[in-house]
Ligand binder design. Sequence first.
Ligand code: SF4
Ligand code: SF4
Length: 163
Amino acid sequence: MVQFVCSKCGKCCKNFGQYIVIDSIINNATFYCTSKLSKEKFVAQVDKDQFRNFKNGREQSKKSNWCPFLRLDDVKPEYICTIYSTRPQICKDFKCSVMDIFDKNRKIIGRTSSNGSLVSQDTTLNNLWKEHIAPFMQSKDQKWLSRIKTILEEKGFQVLCYE
Ligand code: SF4
Ligand code: SF4
């Protein structure tokens, strides 16, 4: 297993937007909030080095219906969680993939989420998944990830599992 590295593409935080709610404003950088998915109450504090991004990107964030703390960085082409140090536990625990699947040329062709579903445009991989993996996933045990890895590697795919 290797450590999951987030590429800061922002996709998850754009979708989480509707579930992270600001309940009340303490000051211009501190907010009482709720994560509606996990029912977690938390105090969000804008990180000191992100205050400029937070302030400048407010309108874009609102218009796009993102998480209220997501911003596009004003220097690098990446998305930033401006409350990274105080983000809720559900965000700390989230990774968009528990396993990436590569073809023989090391090109990524599929990702697996923590619930065991496959996201892939590759027909061969999708067919293999349907035939050899989907049947035992209906009653998956704790070793499901390593079982999938073994099947895929036997069929010639390369696989990276994340902690
Ligand atoms: S966790 Fe995944 S979807 Fe979310 S920003 Fe990182 S790479 Fe993108
Ligand atoms: S709090 Fe941060 S990590 Fe969580 S959804 Fe919002 S921007 Fe993303």
